[in-house]
Design a protein around this ligand. Sequence first.
Ligand code: SF4
Length: 373
Amino acid sequence: MALLERKRLEGLRAERLEELKSLKAQGKKVVGYFCLYAPVEIIQAAGAVPVRLARADYQSELEGERFLRADACPFCKASLGKFAHDPLYQLIDAVVSVNTCDMMRRLPESITANFSLPVFSLYLPRTSEPFPNRLSAFQAGLVDLKEWLGSLTGQEWQNERLKEAINEMNQLRRKLQELDQSRAEKPPKIRGGELFDIVALATLLPPRRMLNLLNELLSMVWAAPGTVDKNRVRLLLTGSILSEEDRTLIEIVEEGADIVADTVCTGSRWFHEELKVEEEPFAGLARFYFNRTPCACRRPNNALFDYIREQVQERKVQGIVNKSLLYCDAYRFEGKWLRQEIGIPVLEVDGDYSQENLQQLRTRIEAFLEMLR
Ligand code: SF4
């Protein structure tokens, strides 16, 4: 039985959508953000409502081709398509984006040009060693973001609110870590796909409400006996962003195996670290976000491989599924290193959000699992 039934999940999303509409009617600003480097705590403390923009499906991808060329990143195309028709995206007053890969650097221009929305493009140094000059440049960008959000919401900045937001987000991250830990059990207590759905919900609901829900789910998780066959293959999922509506790969994989770990930015990489509250909160925020387990597009990104290696060892992972989105060079290029560095079998899958070639995908996954059994 699912931990969070689909009907309840959809109900919570629909309820939140209505709530956002009424918050907007009261003058609140809804700020959409892309990427795990976007500092949610600052958006919250500025008095806006943060919502992660990570929805993408085939219809939006096709619609996005009106704004971006056909061979652009499917996620970026779909994001633009979403602004054209998704009710959640139509509530967005402003966007925070981070200059990660080349496509994500282009996305803000397209959003502003086609939807007339203000976008703050946060500068993240491309090279990831935390040298003081890079950290201070990033910290200066966070302070600029605070000012920009202040003029959007018209609210006076209060450091106390920021501390509160950091504290809430840390509690949320800890609860998600606990839930994630239950995937490490043999057999795992929850399915990989469920964890992705719960993380997506955590980027939409207010933190306090999400904490209550997580407490409820956690008590169910630990009380329930593992129901899955102990001998199923244990896999780690890595690769490009996995959108909220893109569950096809996970569903096919979980027909015959368990996803006991992931290193995806909409999965465990969104919550597996903790932000230390420092005397100067912006210094702490800069250190935390700059040093997050990196996306494949950053250089050097050894910490991503260290995280994958650690997950593989701790969770007794037998194989890796590496899903790159079509035209996503950042993740496709890492496939070769993944094989060399981690030393366990890797299945490379690429594609967009279309449902074509499902049978071919299923056959490849079945053959991979057969090899691992
Ligand atoms: S890293 Fe890949 S998936 Fe992510 S936005 Fe860039 S091209 Fe798209």
